[in-house]
Ligand binder design. Structure first.
Ligand SMILES: C[S@@+](CC[C@H](N)C(=O)[O-])C[C@H]1O[C@@H](n2cnc3c(N)ncnc32)[C@H](O)[C@@H]1O
Length: 391
């Protein structure tokens, strides 16, 4: 479905901001007719005031475009609290730093849970790229937890010499990726141009470039050959993001939750059109070139690339499992224990548990990766099923 079909079906679908379109067209002109998909995705999501996240529209939840786990249920935060408490018991001076906190839902539910168990960290720091979302998080946390305001602070980056827990839910998949097509004769980069009033894909031979070499390295590492015309993504910016976390973390645990797979599954021959997904009003599709600034654009995570980047930067991969296994191992089902199954509360919680754990929903598609430095304590969330052999 293209944007005109979408508007025919739903005339209230808004029109793209002419200012954002002009900004991206200027970048395309300046680059000689096409920009990388990563540059397009970066502007579409984060161009100041205009990008999808920077404009601060109501992206999250049932009234928005998509629902993340912390938006689906506070039970997600309650389970994360169990894992965080275990780590902070071993690092008593540890802080929490959440990267990309969205509406602030995870921060609020997690801090409330930690306050109830008297295990609050000294500081809860947030590193959020979107200025509009930073304001939304401030407002949400100020109204939910005014008494904890002195512990919560926003930073431009993870502080130097950080001790404690770093959390990121669905942040890696919002960090821009490159798109490519693998042919028998070489590799084309899928760049973005502007023709006849629309953004269009422009294929450009990238053999020998940094992207071409990265795709060749991916192909060489796979157990199988990619079919001719295979289209997919890779995201060197995410590897730099992980190296940056590693450079600031002196002691502690990084927990990354995201849609993704290990490399062999990510570049499975049947996934021949990649993992790009866009969301507009809870409709998912794979065309990032329409509705610029009005829809979310995400690309699944190659967790093998993330694990390799972490290990090159001196971190250790201490766990990799599915969201369902992580949440079940941190007490998800305790929420309904002792409740009368005939009650409305039981039905509500059961629906939330299903959404978080069922394989067809977030349970299997979302993975959790634990990266550690100078931490040899246990990690409850990874005790039930260890999938590190899939990385
Ligand atoms: C899909 S939303 C997820 C929000 C929230 N974590 C949740 O689960 O509801 C992605 C979030 O990551 C933020 N983000 C993306 N790239 C980032 C970066 N490099 N540094 C900090 N925040 C980033 C976005 O602005 C947004 O808040």
């Amino acid at each position: 479905m293209n944007r005109d079909d979408m508007r025919r079906e739903d005339p209230s679908v808004p029109t793209e901001s002419p200012e954002l379109v002009a900004l991206v067209c200027a970048a395309i002109d300046e680059a000689g007719g096409a920009i990388s998909f990563a540059d397009y995705m970066d502007l579409a999501l984060f161009a100041p005031r205009l990008g999808y996240y920077s404009a601060g529209a109501g992206q999250f939840g049932s009234d928005g475009d998509f629902t993340t786990a912390p938006e689906s249920s506070p039970l997600f935060a309650h389970c994360v609290a169990v894992q965080v408490e275990e780590v902070l018991a071993a690092i008593p001076d540890g802080d929490i730093c959440e990267l990309g906190a969205g509406s602030g839902a995870l921060a609020a539910d997690l801090l409330q849970r930690l306050a109830e168990s008297d295990r609050l960290p000294r500081r809860y720091l947030v590193v959020e790229r979107s200025a509009a979302l930073r304001e939304r998080q401030r407002a949400h946390l100020a109204s939910r937890l005014p008494e904890l305001a002195c512990r919560i602070d926003w930073r431009d980056a993870l502080p130097e010499n950080f001790h404690g827990v770093v959390l990121a839910n669905e942040v890696l998949d919002a960090i821009p990726a490159q798109r490519f097509v693998a042919h028998a004769g070489g590799i084309d980069e899928c760049r973005v141009g502007w023709q006849k009033g629309r953004f269009v894909w422009i294929a450009s031979d990238c053999s020998g470039s940094a992207l071409g070499r990265q795709v060749e390295a991916i192909c060489a590492a796979l157990d199988h050959r990619l079919p001719d015309g295979y289209t997919s993504e890779c995201a060197p910016a995410r590897e730099r993001f992980i190296a940056d976390i590693a450079a600031h973390l002196t002691k502690g645990v990084v927990l990354l939750f995201d849609y993704g797979y290990g490399r062999d599954e990510y570049y499975h021959p049947q996934r021949a059109n990649g993992t790009l997904r866009c969301f507009h009003r809870h409709k998912a599709h794979d065309d990032p070139l329409m509705l610029i600034g009005l829809q979310d654009i995400s690309v699944h995570v190659d967790f093998t690339a993330i694990a390799e980047a972490a290990e090159s930067a001196g971190l250790t991969v201490a766990g990799y499992t599915t969201q369902a296994e992580f949440l079940l191992a941190t007490g998800l089902l305790e929420a309904v224990q002792g409740l009368d199954p005939g009650t409305r509360r039981h039905a509500e919680l059961t629906a939330q548990i299903k959404r978080l754990t069922l394989p067809g929903q977030m349970g299997e598609a979302v993975k959790v990766l634990a990266l550690v430095r100078d931490y040899d304590g246990s990690l409850a969330g990874f005790s039930a099923r260890d999938l590190r052999n899939r990385l």
